[in-house]
Ligand binder design. Structure first.
Ligand SMILES: [Zn+2]
Ligand SMILES: [Zn+2]
Length: 255
């Protein structure tokens, strides 16, 4: 079964999606889903981007099946690496995503991160943070949205070009390959008529360095986005000769 491995339900501060509605879409599209609600312990407002994980399991456990699995998206941060590790160990997630949402204590969604920063130095910091945080979150199953910064960066061209950051990207890729961490193809920025071409060299490089596993996720925060641009993600995987997987019980299952 094909899985959308990155879906946010109402346990995420920024989603109101009901699990029942997500499961209805899953059934309609004949597409497996993994809920991966947000834990970002470094979020400045302490009540946001955290949730009651016991409650999450209590409420969602009954829906667990071959087509619905329980995951989490952990915002990787050095500051809370012990707490994040404890969360990872304390719950029986099927799947744990590791993400970089914060750099130098600032949510890179915020425009203020880009003020007074050249693109090159902002992106260097982003990749340096990714490398540092991966080292203390080496248990994650997949590294999410390498192009996250391109969603929000306030530059004329926010795309990541492999050659401009080759050394840092190679360090990221080497780490995840050595640790058998999968590499996510996040479909949020893909498009039905157009695949973001600059992402291809990054995934090709991952393959060339010995990587093979990719997870595919829409990062949906509402029912309309579930399964969005999955076909384009499979095309990237095919072009780069990578193997799409989803995780069940913390182990990769081939699609
Ligand atoms: Zn994310
Ligand atoms: Zn997400």
């Amino acid at each position: 079964m094909i899985f959308d491995s990155h879906v946010h339900t109402e346990f995420s501060t920024d989603s109101q999606l009901k699990i029942e509605d997500a499961l209805e879409v899953s059934k309609k599209l004949n597409l497996g889903i993994i809920s991966t609600d947000h834990i970002d312990l470094n979020y400045p407002e302490k009540s946001k981007f955290v949730f009651d994980i016991d409650e999450y399991f209590k409420k969602y456990h009954r829906y667990r099946s071959n087509s619905y699995l329980i995951g989490v998206e952990i915002g990787m941060t050095e500051e809370y690496s012990d707490e994040n590790r404890k969360i990872n160990q304390s719950y029986e997630f099927d799947y744990v995503i590791g993400s970089i949402h914060f750099v130098d204590g600032i949510d890179i969604y915020e425009k203020s991160f880009y003020e007074d920063r050249e693109k090159k130095s902002a992106y260097n910091r982003y990749f340096e943070t990714m490398i540092k945080c991966l080292k203390t979150h080496e248990y994650v199953d997949s590294l999410a949205h390498i192009d996250y910064i391109s969603r929000y960066a306030a530059y004329e061209d926010s795309e990541i070009y492999y050659n401009e950051y080759a050394e840092l990207i190679d360090e990221v890729l080497k780490f995840i390959i050595d640790r058998q961490i999968a590499f996510e193809i996040n479909t949020r920025r893909l498009d039905k008529n157009y695949i973001i071409k600059n992402l291809i060299p990054i995934y090709k490089r991952y393959k060339a360095m010995g990587g093979s596993l990719v997870t595919i996720g829409s990062d949906a925060h509402n029912s309309n986005s579930i399964g969005m641009n999955m076909k384009e993600a499979f095309l990237i995987a095919e072009e780069c000769n990578l193997k799409p997987v989803y995780y069940k019980n913390r182990k990769p299952e081939y699609i």
